[in-house]
Design a protein around this ligand. Structure first.
Ligand SMILES: Cc1ncc(COP(=O)(O)O)c(C=O)c1O
Length: 393
Protein backbone atom coordinates (compact mmCIF):
# COMPACT_ATOMS: atom_id res chain seq x y z
CA UNK A 1 0.00 0.00 0.00
CA UNK A 2 1.23 3.45 -0.85
CA UNK A 3 0.47 5.42 2.27
CA UNK A 4 2.68 5.42 5.38
CA UNK A 5 2.41 2.31 7.55
CA UNK A 6 2.00 4.42 10.65
CA UNK A 7 -1.01 6.20 9.19
CA UNK A 8 -2.53 2.87 8.12
CA UNK A 9 -2.18 1.66 11.72
CA UNK A 10 -3.53 4.89 13.17
CA UNK A 11 -6.53 4.73 10.88
CA UNK A 12 -7.31 1.15 11.88
CA UNK A 13 -7.28 2.04 15.58
CA UNK A 14 -8.43 5.57 15.19
CA UNK A 15 -11.34 7.54 16.16
CA UNK A 16 -14.27 5.68 17.59
CA UNK A 17 -16.07 8.99 17.39
CA UNK A 18 -15.90 9.13 13.61
CA UNK A 19 -16.59 5.39 13.35
CA UNK A 20 -19.81 5.68 15.33
CA UNK A 21 -20.79 8.77 13.40
CA UNK A 22 -20.33 6.93 10.08
CA UNK A 23 -22.27 3.91 11.35
CA UNK A 24 -24.99 6.29 12.50
CA UNK A 25 -25.23 7.74 9.02
CA UNK A 26 -25.82 4.23 7.64
CA UNK A 27 -28.50 3.55 10.29
CA UNK A 28 -30.22 6.84 9.46
CA UNK A 29 -30.38 5.82 5.82
CA UNK A 30 -31.98 2.52 6.77
CA UNK A 31 -34.41 3.66 9.47
CA UNK A 32 -34.90 7.37 8.76
CA UNK A 33 -33.33 10.38 10.53
CA UNK A 34 -35.96 10.61 13.28
CA UNK A 35 -35.54 6.95 14.27
CA UNK A 36 -31.85 7.09 15.12
CA UNK A 37 -30.60 8.73 18.33
CA UNK A 38 -27.15 9.98 17.56
CA UNK A 39 -24.99 11.09 20.50
CA UNK A 40 -21.71 10.32 18.75
CA UNK A 41 -20.31 13.65 17.66
CA UNK A 42 -19.64 16.84 19.64
CA UNK A 43 -21.19 18.95 16.91
CA UNK A 44 -23.08 21.75 18.73
CA UNK A 45 -26.76 21.64 17.80
CA UNK A 46 -27.46 25.27 18.73
CA UNK A 47 -27.33 27.96 16.06
CA UNK A 48 -24.81 30.79 16.63
CA UNK A 49 -26.11 33.72 18.74
CA UNK A 50 -28.12 36.42 16.88
CA UNK A 51 -25.32 38.89 17.47
CA UNK A 52 -22.96 36.66 15.47
CA UNK A 53 -25.32 36.84 12.50
CA UNK A 54 -25.76 40.62 12.84
CA UNK A 55 -22.01 41.30 12.92
CA UNK A 56 -21.38 38.77 10.16
CA UNK A 57 -23.88 40.50 7.86
CA UNK A 58 -22.58 43.97 8.68
CA UNK A 59 -18.97 43.04 7.97
CA UNK A 60 -19.94 41.12 4.83
CA UNK A 61 -21.38 44.40 3.50
CA UNK A 62 -18.38 46.56 4.41
CA UNK A 63 -15.85 47.50 1.75
CA UNK A 64 -12.47 46.96 3.43
CA UNK A 65 -9.38 47.12 1.22
CA UNK A 66 -7.52 43.80 1.18
CA UNK A 67 -10.38 42.18 3.09
CA UNK A 68 -9.56 38.75 1.70
CA UNK A 69 -5.79 39.13 1.50
CA UNK A 70 -2.91 37.65 3.45
CA UNK A 71 -2.14 39.23 6.81
CA UNK A 72 0.40 38.85 9.59
CA UNK A 73 0.76 35.12 10.35
CA UNK A 74 -0.40 35.83 13.90
CA UNK A 75 -3.73 37.31 12.74
CA UNK A 76 -5.32 40.76 12.64
CA UNK A 77 -3.96 43.15 15.26
CA UNK A 78 -7.47 44.51 16.02
CA UNK A 79 -8.82 41.03 16.74
CA UNK A 80 -5.83 40.08 18.88
CA UNK A 81 -6.16 43.35 20.83
CA UNK A 82 -9.87 42.75 21.44
CA UNK A 83 -9.18 39.22 22.71
CA UNK A 84 -6.32 40.42 24.91
CA UNK A 85 -8.57 43.06 26.47
CA UNK A 86 -11.22 40.48 27.22
CA UNK A 87 -8.71 37.98 28.63
CA UNK A 88 -7.05 40.64 30.80
CA UNK A 89 -10.38 41.18 32.49
CA UNK A 90 -11.19 37.47 32.77
CA UNK A 91 -7.79 36.42 34.10
CA UNK A 92 -7.10 39.52 36.18
CA UNK A 93 -3.74 40.17 34.54
CA UNK A 94 -2.38 42.34 31.76
CA UNK A 95 -2.34 40.54 28.44
CA UNK A 96 -1.61 42.34 25.19
CA UNK A 97 -2.41 41.58 21.56
CA UNK A 98 1.12 40.37 20.98
CA UNK A 99 0.49 37.46 23.35
CA UNK A 100 -2.35 36.18 21.16
CA UNK A 101 -1.99 34.12 17.98
CA UNK A 102 -5.08 33.45 15.89
CA UNK A 103 -5.38 29.82 14.75
CA UNK A 104 -7.49 27.38 12.74
CA UNK A 105 -9.56 26.22 15.70
CA UNK A 106 -8.26 24.63 18.89
CA UNK A 107 -7.05 21.66 16.86
CA UNK A 108 -4.87 23.92 14.73
CA UNK A 109 -3.71 25.75 17.85
CA UNK A 110 -2.62 22.53 19.58
CA UNK A 111 -0.63 21.48 16.54
CA UNK A 112 1.08 24.86 16.43
CA UNK A 113 1.94 24.70 20.14
CA UNK A 114 3.26 21.14 19.97
CA UNK A 115 5.24 21.81 16.80
CA UNK A 116 6.84 24.79 18.50
CA UNK A 117 7.66 23.01 21.77
CA UNK A 118 8.60 19.45 20.97
CA UNK A 119 11.96 17.94 20.14
CA UNK A 120 12.18 14.30 19.09
CA UNK A 121 10.84 12.02 21.90
CA UNK A 122 9.91 14.85 24.24
CA UNK A 123 7.03 13.77 26.43
CA UNK A 124 3.64 15.34 26.88
CA UNK A 125 1.82 14.28 30.03
CA UNK A 126 -1.93 13.94 29.48
CA UNK A 127 -4.56 13.00 32.10
CA UNK A 128 -7.02 10.24 31.20
CA UNK A 129 -9.61 10.11 29.78
CA UNK A 130 -8.67 12.48 27.00
CA UNK A 131 -9.63 13.84 23.61
CA UNK A 132 -8.00 11.13 21.58
CA UNK A 133 -6.81 13.37 18.77
CA UNK A 134 -4.10 14.51 21.22
CA UNK A 135 -2.22 11.29 20.50
CA UNK A 136 -2.07 12.07 16.82
CA UNK A 137 -1.21 15.72 17.40
CA UNK A 138 1.69 14.78 19.69
CA UNK A 139 2.87 12.19 17.18
CA UNK A 140 2.63 14.76 14.35
CA UNK A 141 5.47 16.59 16.03
CA UNK A 142 7.58 13.58 17.02
CA UNK A 143 6.64 13.68 20.69
CA UNK A 144 5.41 10.90 22.96
CA UNK A 145 2.15 10.99 24.92
CA UNK A 146 2.45 9.95 28.55
CA UNK A 147 -1.05 9.14 29.78
CA UNK A 148 -1.79 9.43 33.49
CA UNK A 149 -4.74 8.26 35.55
CA UNK A 150 -7.17 10.67 37.17
CA UNK A 151 -9.13 9.98 40.36
CA UNK A 152 -12.45 8.08 40.38
CA UNK A 153 -14.31 11.38 40.01
CA UNK A 154 -12.01 12.33 37.08
CA UNK A 155 -10.35 15.12 39.04
CA UNK A 156 -6.59 15.50 38.58
CA UNK A 157 -4.45 13.04 40.50
CA UNK A 158 -1.47 15.25 41.29
CA UNK A 159 0.61 12.36 42.61
CA UNK A 160 0.17 10.50 39.32
CA UNK A 161 1.13 13.60 37.37
CA UNK A 162 4.14 14.28 39.55
CA UNK A 163 5.47 10.77 39.16
CA UNK A 164 5.03 10.94 35.37
CA UNK A 165 7.22 14.05 35.11
CA UNK A 166 10.79 13.44 34.02
CA UNK A 167 13.62 15.29 32.30
CA UNK A 168 11.91 14.24 29.02
CA UNK A 169 8.70 16.10 29.89
CA UNK A 170 8.14 19.20 27.80
CA UNK A 171 4.53 19.88 28.61
CA UNK A 172 1.48 18.84 30.56
CA UNK A 173 -1.66 19.04 28.44
CA UNK A 174 -4.95 19.37 30.29
CA UNK A 175 -8.49 19.87 29.01
CA UNK A 176 -11.04 21.56 31.23
CA UNK A 177 -14.04 21.49 30.97
CA UNK A 178 -13.18 18.01 29.88
CA UNK A 179 -14.20 16.06 26.85
CA UNK A 180 -15.43 13.33 27.57
CA UNK A 181 -16.16 13.69 31.33
CA UNK A 182 -17.50 17.24 31.72
CA UNK A 183 -15.16 17.65 34.71
CA UNK A 184 -13.79 21.15 35.45
CA UNK A 185 -10.45 20.96 37.28
CA UNK A 186 -10.87 23.14 40.36
CA UNK A 187 -8.74 26.01 41.65
CA UNK A 188 -7.01 23.82 44.25
CA UNK A 189 -5.89 21.20 41.74
CA UNK A 190 -4.70 23.84 39.27
CA UNK A 191 -2.64 25.64 41.92
CA UNK A 192 -1.33 22.27 43.17
CA UNK A 193 -0.35 21.35 39.62
CA UNK A 194 1.38 24.72 39.19
CA UNK A 195 3.43 24.11 42.35
CA UNK A 196 4.51 20.68 41.13
CA UNK A 197 5.47 22.06 37.72
CA UNK A 198 7.45 24.86 39.35
CA UNK A 199 9.27 22.41 41.57
CA UNK A 200 10.02 19.93 38.78
CA UNK A 201 11.12 22.66 36.35
CA UNK A 202 13.68 23.77 38.93
CA UNK A 203 14.73 20.19 39.65
CA UNK A 204 15.24 19.36 35.95
CA UNK A 205 16.63 22.80 35.11
CA UNK A 206 14.18 23.31 32.24
CA UNK A 207 10.79 24.84 31.55
CA UNK A 208 7.82 22.50 31.71
CA UNK A 209 4.88 24.15 29.97
CA UNK A 210 1.28 23.81 31.06
CA UNK A 211 -0.95 23.77 27.99
CA UNK A 212 -4.65 24.06 28.74
CA UNK A 213 -7.08 23.18 25.97
CA UNK A 214 -10.29 25.04 26.81
CA UNK A 215 -12.70 25.16 23.89
CA UNK A 216 -15.56 24.61 26.39
CA UNK A 217 -14.54 27.23 28.94
CA UNK A 218 -17.76 29.23 28.55
CA UNK A 219 -19.92 26.10 28.66
CA UNK A 220 -20.14 25.60 32.42
CA UNK A 221 -23.11 24.97 34.71
CA UNK A 222 -24.38 25.77 38.20
CA UNK A 223 -22.10 28.80 38.59
CA UNK A 224 -18.88 26.78 38.16
CA UNK A 225 -15.93 28.85 36.91
CA UNK A 226 -12.92 27.52 35.06
CA UNK A 227 -9.82 28.53 37.06
CA UNK A 228 -7.31 30.69 35.22
CA UNK A 229 -4.15 28.82 34.27
CA UNK A 230 -2.63 32.13 33.19
CA UNK A 231 -2.85 33.37 36.77
CA UNK A 232 -1.78 30.08 38.30
CA UNK A 233 1.40 29.26 36.41
CA UNK A 234 4.04 31.32 34.64
CA UNK A 235 4.87 28.95 31.79
CA UNK A 236 1.27 28.49 30.74
CA UNK A 237 -0.32 28.49 27.30
CA UNK A 238 -4.06 28.70 26.84
CA UNK A 239 -5.59 27.16 23.74
CA UNK A 240 -9.21 27.69 22.82
CA UNK A 241 -11.63 28.26 19.97
CA UNK A 242 -15.01 29.66 19.03
CA UNK A 243 -16.17 26.23 17.79
CA UNK A 244 -18.34 25.36 20.75
CA UNK A 245 -19.27 28.59 22.52
CA UNK A 246 -20.32 30.39 19.32
CA UNK A 247 -21.37 27.13 17.60
CA UNK A 248 -19.15 27.76 14.57
CA UNK A 249 -16.83 24.72 14.39
CA UNK A 250 -16.88 24.73 10.60
CA UNK A 251 -15.45 28.25 10.48
CA UNK A 252 -12.20 27.01 12.07
CA UNK A 253 -11.26 29.85 14.38
CA UNK A 254 -9.41 29.71 17.67
CA UNK A 255 -6.40 31.24 19.33
CA UNK A 256 -3.37 30.66 21.52
CA UNK A 257 -2.80 32.97 24.50
CA UNK A 258 0.70 32.85 25.92
CA UNK A 259 1.29 33.91 29.51
CA UNK A 260 3.19 37.24 29.33
CA UNK A 261 5.53 35.89 32.03
CA UNK A 262 6.39 32.70 30.10
CA UNK A 263 10.01 32.12 29.21
CA UNK A 264 11.63 32.64 26.82
CA UNK A 265 8.68 34.82 25.77
CA UNK A 266 9.83 36.30 22.48
CA UNK A 267 11.27 33.05 21.24
CA UNK A 268 8.06 31.28 22.16
CA UNK A 269 5.82 33.85 20.43
CA UNK A 270 7.99 33.96 17.32
CA UNK A 271 8.15 30.16 17.23
CA UNK A 272 4.35 29.87 17.43
CA UNK A 273 3.86 32.42 14.65
CA UNK A 274 6.48 30.67 12.50
CA UNK A 275 4.79 27.28 13.02
CA UNK A 276 1.35 28.68 12.27
CA UNK A 277 2.82 29.66 8.91
CA UNK A 278 4.95 26.63 8.16
CA UNK A 279 2.38 24.04 9.16
CA UNK A 280 0.56 25.50 6.18
CA UNK A 281 -2.20 27.28 8.08
CA UNK A 282 -0.47 30.57 7.07
CA UNK A 283 -3.07 32.51 9.04
CA UNK A 284 -6.45 31.84 10.63
CA UNK A 285 -9.52 32.54 8.44
CA UNK A 286 -9.70 36.27 7.77
CA UNK A 287 -13.38 37.06 7.67
CA UNK A 288 -14.32 35.29 10.89
CA UNK A 289 -11.46 37.01 12.71
CA UNK A 290 -13.14 40.34 11.88
CA UNK A 291 -16.45 39.00 13.16
CA UNK A 292 -15.24 37.64 16.50
CA UNK A 293 -13.39 40.89 17.19
CA UNK A 294 -16.85 42.25 18.11
CA UNK A 295 -18.07 39.18 19.98
CA UNK A 296 -15.79 38.90 22.99
CA UNK A 297 -17.59 37.32 25.96
CA UNK A 298 -20.58 36.29 23.82
CA UNK A 299 -21.78 32.70 23.71
CA UNK A 300 -24.80 30.61 22.86
CA UNK A 301 -27.37 30.26 25.61
CA UNK A 302 -25.63 27.86 28.01
CA UNK A 303 -28.89 27.29 29.92
CA UNK A 304 -30.11 25.23 26.98
CA UNK A 305 -27.23 22.76 27.36
CA UNK A 306 -27.73 22.76 31.12
CA UNK A 307 -31.36 21.77 30.63
CA UNK A 308 -30.33 18.93 28.31
CA UNK A 309 -27.77 17.77 30.85
CA UNK A 310 -30.43 17.76 33.56
CA UNK A 311 -32.94 15.91 31.41
CA UNK A 312 -30.44 13.18 30.58
CA UNK A 313 -28.86 12.93 34.04
CA UNK A 314 -32.18 12.70 35.86
CA UNK A 315 -33.49 9.99 33.55
CA UNK A 316 -30.31 7.88 33.46
CA UNK A 317 -29.74 8.18 37.21
CA UNK A 318 -33.26 6.96 37.86
CA UNK A 319 -32.61 3.95 35.57
CA UNK A 320 -29.54 3.07 37.64
CA UNK A 321 -26.69 4.29 35.45
CA UNK A 322 -23.73 5.58 37.39
CA UNK A 323 -21.81 8.73 36.43
CA UNK A 324 -20.25 11.98 37.61
CA UNK A 325 -22.59 14.90 36.96
CA UNK A 326 -20.88 17.07 34.30
CA UNK A 327 -19.90 20.58 35.40
CA UNK A 328 -19.27 21.76 31.87
CA UNK A 329 -18.95 20.91 28.16
CA UNK A 330 -21.79 18.83 26.71
CA UNK A 331 -20.77 15.26 27.39
CA UNK A 332 -21.87 12.64 29.90
CA UNK A 333 -19.52 9.75 30.66
CA UNK A 334 -21.40 6.96 32.46
CA UNK A 335 -20.00 3.60 33.46
CA UNK A 336 -21.11 0.77 31.22
CA UNK A 337 -22.57 -2.25 33.01
CA UNK A 338 -20.54 -4.55 30.73
CA UNK A 339 -17.56 -4.16 28.43
CA UNK A 340 -17.92 -0.71 26.87
CA UNK A 341 -17.61 -1.84 23.26
CA UNK A 342 -20.20 -4.58 23.76
CA UNK A 343 -22.55 -2.20 25.54
CA UNK A 344 -22.21 0.45 22.86
CA UNK A 345 -22.99 -2.24 20.26
CA UNK A 346 -26.10 -3.22 22.25
CA UNK A 347 -27.19 0.42 22.35
CA UNK A 348 -26.67 0.53 18.61
CA UNK A 349 -29.25 -2.27 18.30
CA UNK A 350 -31.63 0.20 19.96
CA UNK A 351 -30.52 2.76 17.33
CA UNK A 352 -28.68 4.78 20.00
CA UNK A 353 -25.19 5.91 19.06
CA UNK A 354 -22.64 6.62 21.76
CA UNK A 355 -18.85 6.28 21.82
CA UNK A 356 -17.06 3.64 23.91
CA UNK A 357 -14.77 4.94 26.66
CA UNK A 358 -11.96 2.93 25.01
CA UNK A 359 -11.99 5.67 22.38
CA UNK A 360 -10.80 8.06 25.11
CA UNK A 361 -8.32 5.69 26.72
CA UNK A 362 -10.85 4.73 29.39
CA UNK A 363 -12.60 1.37 28.89
CA UNK A 364 -15.69 0.65 30.99
CA UNK A 365 -17.43 3.94 30.16
CA UNK A 366 -19.33 5.47 27.26
CA UNK A 367 -19.55 9.04 26.05
CA UNK A 368 -22.93 10.56 25.36
CA UNK A 369 -22.68 13.91 23.53
CA UNK A 370 -25.88 15.70 24.53
CA UNK A 371 -25.46 18.69 22.20
CA UNK A 372 -28.51 17.33 20.37
CA UNK A 373 -32.20 18.18 19.94
CA UNK A 374 -34.44 17.23 22.87
CA UNK A 375 -36.26 14.63 20.74
CA UNK A 376 -32.99 12.71 20.42
CA UNK A 377 -32.66 12.51 24.22
CA UNK A 378 -36.32 11.71 24.75
CA UNK A 379 -36.39 9.15 21.93
CA UNK A 380 -33.35 7.33 23.31
CA UNK A 381 -34.65 6.93 26.86
CA UNK A 382 -36.68 3.72 26.23
CA UNK A 383 -33.57 2.08 24.72
CA UNK A 384 -31.39 3.18 27.65
CA UNK A 385 -34.06 1.85 30.02
CA UNK A 386 -34.35 -1.50 28.25
CA UNK A 387 -30.62 -2.11 28.61
CA UNK A 388 -30.58 -0.83 32.19
CA UNK A 389 -33.35 -3.34 33.05
CA UNK A 390 -31.35 -6.08 31.37
CA UNK A 391 -27.91 -5.32 32.82
CA UNK A 392 -28.22 -3.09 35.91
CA UNK A 393 -30.59 -4.65 38.29
C1 LIG B 1 -11.12 18.85 23.94
C2 LIG B 1 -11.14 19.33 22.53
N1 LIG B 1 -10.07 19.98 22.07
C3 LIG B 1 -10.02 20.44 20.81
C4 LIG B 1 -11.09 20.25 19.95
C5 LIG B 1 -10.99 20.79 18.57
O1 LIG B 1 -11.71 21.97 18.49
P1 LIG B 1 -11.73 22.87 17.18
O2 LIG B 1 -12.95 22.50 16.42
O3 LIG B 1 -11.80 24.25 17.68
O4 LIG B 1 -10.50 22.59 16.44
C6 LIG B 1 -12.23 19.57 20.39
C7 LIG B 1 -13.35 19.33 19.49
O5 LIG B 1 -14.26 18.59 19.72
C8 LIG B 1 -12.25 19.10 21.72
O6 LIG B 1 -13.31 18.44 22.21
Amino acid sequence: MAIAKKIQQFMEKASWIRKMFEEGAALKKEYGERNVFDFSLGNPNLEPPDKFNDVFMRIAGEKIPGKHGYMSNAGYAETRDAIAEYLSEEHGKEIFGRHIIMTCGAGGALNVVLKTLLDQSDEVVIPLPYFVEYNFYVDNHNGTSRLVKTRDDFSLDLDEIESALSPQTKAVLINSPNNPTGRVYDEKSISGLAQILDKKSREFGKEIYLVSDEPYNKIVYDGVKVPSILSAYKNSILVTSYSKDLSIPGERLGFIAVNPEAAPLDQLLNGLIFCNRTLGFVNAPAFIQRVVQHLQGISVDIKIYQRKRDLLCTALREMGYSFIRPEGAFYLFPRTPLNDIEFVRELQQERILTVPGSGFGCPGFMRIAYCVEDWVIEGALPGFRKLADKYIA
